[in-house]
Design a binder for this molecule. Structure first.
Ligand code: NAD
Ligand code: DAU
Length: 338
């Protein structure tokens, strides 16, 4: 089975590619990624020399580049590529509209032209907006995105559903809660807090820190994606959650305790504008239909993640340095086209 992955140099896409190489070592994987600040070829270094793996640097907004890279009759497209950070979307929404909305439509069009057999679109629980205490966001609940990021992801989903309805594209959509684990760019809560704490730097806590997120280990997420890709009903949406709803302060307290660092590192800062208070996905459909459940308890996954970041300070330094593109070109230039 030939799989075309967009955004495979990012956090979740690269975890999926590394897992796929274990599951199906003989199958072709094409990783199509623009290498924005969040794309990092270090994340896929473990598979870079596999004969069945190929990296293509390209933008999903560029139909010609997609046409050149996507094989006719490709078995599956798994679409991770996106601008993914809420705070950046508040600073400027432009790239979010370009990649998440326009890029998704261009990819859908080219996938259709090329006769792609299956399309898996990765979305987010944030499209449901802030969920009041005691309620869950179900697959058929109305969408109510609050941030520019979430609005762009909701728009992308609508375009995927339109392609299913209008053109009969065989697509499935997943909406996942907050991922954590190795190789996550240190701008999201857990890797940012962790890397700051390792250097005894303050950890910004937005507002009162009582916002609730449901945490899922990226490896559990990838297992769920594989099941949905292989067995999900065409046209259906599946929620994927970690069953670990926690307040941000609780997450940060656990993190500092595991690191043996003082709580005084927690520093309240001005809240994120329009900050969603709580996300909570109802995951009963994927459990019922596909028999998937998360396997990695949060405390265990967090401890493992801490160990990884402790042992990969060079990765963190390069990801943060802003020099990474030059570095990648030097290290991996020969692998940048297949
Ligand atoms: P990420 O920011 O780590 O990686 C995004 C990747 O997409 C990068 O490699 C980047 O270079 C690439 N990319 C960006 N614009 C591109 C373009 N125009 N063309 C080609 N490649 C481009 O993101 P992530 O955290 O790995 O998230 C992956 C997907 O999962 C996104 O669609 C995101 O919305 C969704 N998601 C993420 C989470 C989470 O907690 N991180 C939760 C739910 C859903
Ligand atoms: O819910 C899924 C979403 O989770 C994904 O779709 C997004 O791509 C991903 O970025 C994530 O969005 P969040 O906004 O929930 O994640 P973030 O890590 O940015 O923030 C988590 C919570 O922590 C949120 O309530 C804001 C807060 N926060 C975040 C940062 C970076 C802080 O208090 N301090 C911080 O420094």
């Amino acid at each position: 089975m030939a799989v075309f992955i967009t955004g495979g140099a990012g956090f979740i896409g690269s975890a999926f590619i590394r897992a796929w190489a274990q599951w199906y070592p003989a199958e072709t994987v094409i990783n199509f990624d623009k290498l924005t600040y969040a794309g990092n070829l270090d994340n896929v270094a473990a598979v870079a020399h596999h004969p069945t793996y190929c990296f293509v640097r390209g933008d999903i907004c560029d139909a010609e580049a997609l046409r050149a890279a996507l094989p006719d009759g490709c078995d599956a497209v798994v679409h991770f590529a996106a601008e993914s950070h809420v705070d950046r979307s508040i600073l400027s929404a432009r790239e979010f509209i370009m990649t998440n909305v326009l890029g998704t439509q261009v990819l859908l069009d080219v996938a259709r032209e090329k006769g792609v057999k299956r399309f898996l679109h990765i979305s987010t629980d944030e499209v449901g907006g802030s969920i009041p205490e005691g309620q869950l966001f179900a697959e058929d609940s109305p969408l109510a995105p609050s941030s520019p990021y979430a609005a762009s992801k909701a728009a992308a989903e609508h375009l995927v559903r339109a392609a299913v309805h209008t053109f009969g594209l065989n697509a499935v959509i997943t909406r996942t809660s907050n991922n954590y684990g190795p190789y996550q760019f240190p701008e999201k809560l857990i890797p940012l807090a962790l890397t700051n704490a390792l250097e005894d730097r303050p950890i910004p806590v937005y507002g009162d820190g009582r916002q609730v997120r449901d945490w899922i280990h990226v490896d559990d997420h990838c297992t769920a994606l594989r099941m949905v890709l292989e067995k999900g009903r065409p046209g259906a949406t599946y929620h994927i959650g970690g069953r670990a709803p926690l307040e941000n302060r609780t997450v940060l307290t656990m993190l500092l305790e595991l690191l043996g660092k003082p709580m005084s590192l927690l520093t309240e800062v001005t809240d994120r504008p329009g900050h969603d208070r709580r996300y909570a996905v109802d995951c009963s459909r994927i459990e019922r239909e596909l028999g998937w459940r998360p396997q990695i308890p949060f405390a265990e996954g967090l401890a493992q993640t801490i160990t990884w970041y402790r042992e990969h300070r060079d990765w963190v330094a390069r990801a943060r340095s802003g020099e990474y593109r030059r570095y990648y070109a030097q290290m991996y230039g020969a692998l940048c086209r297949c």
